[in-house]
Design a protein around this ligand. Structure first.
Ligand code: TYC
Length: 97
Protein backbone atom coordinates (compact mmCIF):
# COMPACT_ATOMS: atom_id res chain seq x y z
CA UNK A 1 0.00 0.00 0.00
CA UNK A 2 1.37 3.34 -0.93
CA UNK A 3 0.87 6.45 1.05
CA UNK A 4 0.61 9.68 -0.78
CA UNK A 5 1.99 12.70 0.87
CA UNK A 6 1.38 16.18 -0.23
CA UNK A 7 3.26 19.21 0.82
CA UNK A 8 0.93 21.91 1.93
CA UNK A 9 2.06 25.31 0.95
CA UNK A 10 0.16 28.29 2.13
CA UNK A 11 -1.42 29.91 -0.88
CA UNK A 12 0.22 33.23 -1.49
CA UNK A 13 -2.26 35.89 -2.35
CA UNK A 14 -0.82 38.47 -4.66
CA UNK A 15 -0.90 41.81 -2.97
CA UNK A 16 -2.66 44.31 -5.19
CA UNK A 17 -0.19 46.69 -6.77
CA UNK A 18 -0.11 50.33 -5.87
CA UNK A 19 -0.63 52.82 -8.64
CA UNK A 20 1.46 55.81 -9.60
CA UNK A 21 -0.46 58.95 -10.45
CA UNK A 22 1.72 60.39 -13.20
CA UNK A 23 1.60 64.07 -14.02
CA UNK A 24 2.13 64.96 -17.69
CA UNK A 25 3.56 68.21 -18.96
CA UNK A 26 1.77 70.44 -21.43
CA UNK A 27 2.43 73.94 -22.75
CA UNK A 28 -0.71 75.66 -21.44
CA UNK A 29 -1.51 74.73 -17.83
CA UNK A 30 -0.16 77.47 -15.53
CA UNK A 31 2.55 76.36 -13.11
CA UNK A 32 0.55 77.85 -10.23
CA UNK A 33 -2.42 75.63 -11.05
CA UNK A 34 -0.19 72.52 -11.01
CA UNK A 35 1.18 73.58 -7.61
CA UNK A 36 -2.36 74.07 -6.32
CA UNK A 37 -3.35 70.57 -7.54
CA UNK A 38 -0.32 68.94 -5.90
CA UNK A 39 -0.97 70.68 -2.60
CA UNK A 40 -4.75 70.23 -2.53
CA UNK A 41 -5.17 66.66 -3.79
CA UNK A 42 -1.77 65.12 -3.08
CA UNK A 43 -1.13 66.91 0.23
CA UNK A 44 2.34 68.06 -0.88
CA UNK A 45 4.28 70.84 0.84
CA UNK A 46 5.23 73.95 -1.14
CA UNK A 47 8.76 72.57 -1.65
CA UNK A 48 7.58 69.08 -2.72
CA UNK A 49 4.96 70.53 -5.06
CA UNK A 50 7.60 72.74 -6.67
CA UNK A 51 9.94 69.80 -7.21
CA UNK A 52 7.25 67.56 -8.73
CA UNK A 53 5.86 70.31 -10.96
CA UNK A 54 9.33 71.30 -12.23
CA UNK A 55 10.25 67.70 -12.98
CA UNK A 56 7.12 67.31 -15.14
CA UNK A 57 7.79 70.68 -16.77
CA UNK A 58 11.41 69.80 -17.62
CA UNK A 59 11.26 66.05 -18.27
CA UNK A 60 7.67 65.62 -19.46
CA UNK A 61 6.45 63.38 -16.63
CA UNK A 62 6.62 63.24 -12.86
CA UNK A 63 5.05 61.11 -10.13
CA UNK A 64 2.47 63.05 -8.11
CA UNK A 65 2.01 60.16 -5.68
CA UNK A 66 1.65 56.39 -5.24
CA UNK A 67 -1.53 54.91 -3.77
CA UNK A 68 -3.75 51.82 -3.65
CA UNK A 69 -5.88 51.65 -6.81
CA UNK A 70 -9.08 53.25 -5.53
CA UNK A 71 -7.28 56.18 -3.96
CA UNK A 72 -5.19 56.69 -7.09
CA UNK A 73 -8.33 56.57 -9.22
CA UNK A 74 -10.08 59.12 -7.00
CA UNK A 75 -7.14 61.53 -7.28
CA UNK A 76 -7.03 60.98 -11.05
CA UNK A 77 -10.68 62.04 -11.33
CA UNK A 78 -10.27 64.96 -8.90
CA UNK A 79 -7.39 66.38 -10.97
CA UNK A 80 -9.21 66.02 -14.28
CA UNK A 81 -12.43 67.49 -12.89
CA UNK A 82 -10.62 70.52 -11.43
CA UNK A 83 -8.54 71.07 -14.60
CA UNK A 84 -11.67 70.88 -16.75
CA UNK A 85 -13.52 73.28 -14.44
CA UNK A 86 -10.69 75.81 -14.79
CA UNK A 87 -10.25 75.22 -18.53
CA UNK A 88 -6.72 73.76 -18.36
CA UNK A 89 -5.55 70.79 -20.48
CA UNK A 90 -3.61 69.18 -17.59
CA UNK A 91 -3.39 65.39 -17.92
CA UNK A 92 -2.54 62.63 -15.49
CA UNK A 93 -2.30 58.87 -15.99
CA UNK A 94 -2.35 55.83 -13.70
CA UNK A 95 0.43 53.25 -13.86
CA UNK A 96 0.83 50.09 -11.78
CA UNK A 97 3.89 50.51 -9.57
N1 TYC B 1 4.64 73.55 -18.85
C1 TYC B 1 3.66 74.37 -18.16
C2 TYC B 1 3.99 75.85 -18.41
O1 TYC B 1 5.07 76.18 -18.87
C3 TYC B 1 3.63 74.08 -16.66
C4 TYC B 1 3.31 72.66 -16.34
C5 TYC B 1 4.10 71.94 -15.46
C6 TYC B 1 2.20 72.04 -16.89
C7 TYC B 1 3.83 70.62 -15.13
C8 TYC B 1 1.90 70.70 -16.60
O2 TYC B 1 2.40 68.71 -15.38
C9 TYC B 1 2.71 70.00 -15.71
N2 TYC B 1 3.05 76.72 -18.07
Amino acid sequence: MSVETTTQTKPKLATPPNYKVVLLNDDYTPMDFVLYILKRFFRKSDAEANQIMLEAHQKGVSIAGIYPFEEAETKYHQVLREAKKEGHPLRVTLEPE
